[in-house]
Design a protein around this ligand. Structure first.
Ligand code: ADP
Ligand code: ZN
Ligand code: MG
Length: 488
């Protein structure tokens, strides 16, 4: 039996405001515990929330960039539950009338799902943080830090459109990239300003309805998200294969054990008793405000990709890689082209040699590249004009990378220019023919494609510093017209 996973993500992103969502306390990370607090975010009786306009603006930015419709009216609600890090006894969130709905996100050309639906984006406040370890009394007490209580968040909920763990990781990574490009979120998963919960179920291929899902919490890196989902998909398939039923539950990813463990089942799930927040007005967003915000959006990765494809004739795949896989790749590419290089060559160098080098360094951003775009354009020009062969060009590039010298200087000083000097090449051709009597014989019998092998031998002897076109011509001349009369 073949199974198909079904995945939907819930992504929490902290909005990059200076102050909290309902009070004037600072949002700075790492301040001494309980210093960024006031009666509002501590939930003291009688304190009233006032909505932070900037938080709404950032949430709208995110909504627009993810293709959502911004609702003219949305409503804040109280989500009631008891927890020590929640001083009011409820979290102010949006429930049945969220700020943004019906968006979509495009994944890359290798993804199984090209478009992931965005169900909704709603605004809410963060809770405080329980500290179980690291304090002098930690063996007896849990301490609570309320600095984070009331920090503004958006929650982005996707449709259950994803069909692999890898696509889910890609989706999370693209959302992060967009939020960072927008200035809505700092993308910092270690400090918890971007967090992801993954919902996953499996079903037999061809089945129309979804299976029972579990929710995996605590997957705050792309790699962990993928691993946790791969584990969970396997686990659910095993349960079904052995005749069992998947239990709807929340599971926790343990990266040390490399497995998910049950946290709470549906029976233990909260009934949040949502009701509209009586201390806040409905959030009315005039269309003119939405349009004003829309006009300030930067060029987003998807738009940039389309522009690169249209302006430089790049394929979907190449453009996507430049825009997404290598941070700063598209900027670098555009500068190489602006310096006079052909688009395809520039793209190939970035995807080939530069990416290989970056991988060796364990980096994925162009700021680690010591070769300037202008210097690469110069090398590309030498290769395009046939001054150096492609093999030598790679060699020169390596030296540019390690020494910081320019291509032309390296080629000149080390005599790396390829020679079109016919007599020197002719001598090499002669010795190659003498050493490869078999190939010559085959060629004469009509197997003319051995010429490729012979050219290769000449190039090898010339250490790559030979114009292959000249070598090819001289070889054909030397072999004469014999091939045209096989068996003669
Ligand atoms: P709940 O009622 O448990 O909150 P929702 O329908 O609101 O569930 O969906 C929450 C998240 O779970 C969304 O990201 C959604 O795409 C995803 N989801 C819903 N049903 C499934 C399913 N059967 N398998 C996988 N993911 C699902
Ligand atoms: Zn406060
Ligand atoms: Mg729900």
């Amino acid at each position: 039996m073949r199974y198909e996973p079904v995945i939907g993500l819930e992504i929490h992103a902290q909005l990059l405001t200076a102050t909290k969502i309902f009070c004037g306390c600072a949002t700075t990370f790492g301040a001494p515990p309980n210093t960024n607090v006031c009666p509002v975010c501590l939930g003291l009786p009688g304190a009233l929330p006032v909505l932070n306009r900037r938080a709404v603006e950032l949430a709208i930015r995110a909504g627009l960039a993810l293709g959502c419709r911004i609702q003219a009216r949305s409503i804040f609600a109280r989500k009631n539950y008891f927890y020590p890090d929640l001083p009011k006894g409820y979290q102010i969130s949006q429930y049945d009338q969220p700020l943004a709905v019906e968006g979509r996100l495009e994944l890359g050309p290798d993804a199984r799902t090209r478009y992931v639906g965005i169900t909704r984006i709603h605004m809410e406040e963060d809770a405080g943080k329980s500290l179980h370890h690291g304090l002098p009394d930690s063996d007896r007490y849990t301490a609570v830090d309320f600095n984070r209580a009331g920090v503004p968040l958006i929650e982005i909920v996707t449709e259950p459109d994803l069909r692999s763990a890898a696509d889910a990781a890609e989706c999370f990574s693209r959302v992060r990239e967009i939020l960072v490009a927008l200035g809505v979120n700092d993308g910092n998963m270690e400090e918890g300003s971007l967090r992801c919960d993954a919902n996953v179920s499996v079903r037999r291929v061809g089945e129309a309805t979804f299976g029972t899902k579990t929710e995996v919490k605590n997957v705050n890196s792309f790699r962990f998200l993928q691993k946790a989902l791969e584990y969970e998909i396997e686990r659910q398939i095993d349960v079904l294969e052995s005749g069992g039923r998947v239990v709807q539950e929340t599971r926790l990813w343990d990266s040390d054990l490399g497995e998910t463990t049950s946290m709470r089942t549906k029976e233990e799930a909260h009934d949040y008793r949502y009701f509209p927040e009586p201390d806040l007005q409905p959030l009315d967003v005039p269309q003119a405000w939405v349009e004003a915000i829309r006009s300030t959006l930067p060029e987003l990765p998807e738009e940039r990709k389309q522009r690169l494809m249209a302006a430089h004739g790049l394929s979907d795949y190449d453009a996507d890689l430049l825009v997404r896989l290598i941070t700063g790749g598209a900027d670098y590419f555009e500068r190489v082209v602006a310096a006079g290089a052909q688009a395809k060559a520039a793209s190939n160098w970035i995807q080939g040699e530069i990416r290989r080098r970056l991988k060796e360094l364990g980096r994925d951003d162009m700021s680690a590249v010591p070769v300037t775009p202008e210097a690469l354009a110069e090398l590309i020009d030498l290769a395009e004009r046939g001054v150096v062969s492609s093999t030598v060009a790679k060699d020169v590039f390596d030296r540019m990378w390690t020494t910081g010298r320019r291509a032309k200087a390296i080629v000149d000083e080390e005599g790396l220019a390829q020679t079109g000097d016919t007599s020197a090449i002719a001598a090499l051709v002669e010795s190659v023919l003498a050493e490869n009597a078999d190939a010559v014989e085959q060629y004469r019998k009509g197997k003319t494609n051995v010429i490729g092998f012979l050219v290769g031998q000449v190039m090898k002897k010339g250490k790559g510093r030979i114009d292959p076109k000249v070598a090819n011509q001289l070889l054909r001349d030397a072999l004469g017209g014999a091939a045209s009369s096989p068996g003669a």
